[in-house]
Write a protein that binds this ligand. Sequence first.
Ligand code: FAD
Length: 462
Amino acid sequence: MRVHDRRWMRRGNRVVWRGTAEGNNRREQVVTLQSNVWAALPSAVQQRLFVPGKFSEMWPLGPDSPESKGRPRNIKIRWIEDALLDMAQDTYGIEVIPEAYVRPDRWDGLHVLAIADGARSATRDSLSAHFGTPSRELFSVDGSPLDERVLGIRVTAKVPDEHTVPLTVAQNRFLFNSLGGGFINMRLTAEEASEIVALGENGPVSCIGNTGCTMRPSGGRFVCDRHRAVFKPSVDKLSYLWPRILDGLRFFGVGAADVVGITSFTLGMTQMSKFTAQLAPSTFGFLLGDAANSLHFWPGRGLNTGLKSALSLAVNLQKRWRGKAFRAADFAAHEGIMQQLQYREKSRAWTTMLMPDSEGVPRGIEDRIREGLQGPFDRATLVSTLFERVLDIKKRLGGRMGTLATDEWYYGRINAMDVRTLKVMVESGPWITREIGGEEVVVPAAKASSPEPIRRGLSLVS
Ligand SMILES: Cc1cc2nc3c(=O)[nH]c(=O)nc-3n(C[C@H](O)[C@H](O)[C@H](O)COP(=O)(O)OP(=O)(O)OC[C@H]3O[C@@H](n4cnc5c(N)ncnc54)[C@H](O)[C@@H]3O)c2cc1C
């Protein structure tokens, strides 16, 4: 088995992740793994990942994290990447190749090509004759593909992770996923997004939002290490966005001095027609991870879905490998799981993007934020509406998670907000947990041991 990644490099006789000095911005987000997913990982992987201090249990039990398996776990992507690259070399003896994967002219001897090179997968695009072209048609409004801009504000946190859960669930403007710190994500209107500008010495430069750059604190401003450009809202006294960002931080008990980085993401979705393709008589290709299903991250399912897709393929290969070439029929079960995941997870993410109102009529986040920013403002009613919501959520989730903060603490957080922020939060609505909840896709479990290991002739682009 060979695995390629272009963000790796050789150091002595090891392969390690490239860092900033080598032109790679490491992923810093905290992700939530559902227990149906983390409990299905090999036990050696679980032992390596889940060591004290490297994960926390912040979110409550739910359909994809049943009581029998345990609570969802927060963990840093960077830690997963480090731990698994070490295990690939030390535990599993996988050949790791620190180079970009280039599609060969011939597939001689390769049984399986697992394509997991991210949402903008170049390998998938080079094989469009086999997989088709991703379509944005189904994720459009009035004929235009829907894209959302989100600001990711990386912070260190002072309050226990789980205390912030009712605050996150009570509204849809800000989302805080934490492991002693993490990203406070903020959904933006198009006007707010147009304020996300990086200023170089001679005016705006292509940086945050286009190149995955992170702006870090430096002398009271936020500056990109790579382009030396300044995050304009942080120095613009007329910025509408900056005070709204600071209000969002205050909501979660975080101050401006606790911000360690600011970045921005554009989120849209595409539909794939298939995930499994026969590339040559005895070579099959599989789309996995974000290359297969890239999701809006608000419901927190991208990595979970990616791991479910990888698990499904592994189990299918284990069941069907007989020491000779595979046939198309061998992968009907895996392709079925992939189609189920696409339906389930993209329906959930699309509902989150469209945000239906109480009558089920779509009322997208942009409309809601714009409405919230306009008067009239009745501060007392806004505070009590949001506080009631938080108390309801606290009561509902209380039995499914650890200790939450006192009612007074939540009241203090809400009452500290500017009236416009309060109205945006009220208009953005609480999480639509009923609409996006329900049964989850079940991936068949692996057998204890494989009849014959399939190692040779398997390539992974990760
Ligand atoms: C802010 C944020 C919060 C999130 N929160 C959650 C959460 O709570 N729960 C959750 O489940 N998910 C979450 N996600 C989503 C999750 O991070 C992604 O779904 C997941 O990281 C995708 O993994 P991947 O390996 O498929 O793709 P990627 O992480 O994009 O990895 C692709 C890899 O392929 C490599 N590559 C690209 N081209 C080539 C090539 N030609 N040759 C070799 N290598 C190549 C790249 O270097 C990269 O390392 C979140 C995402 C964001 C942005």
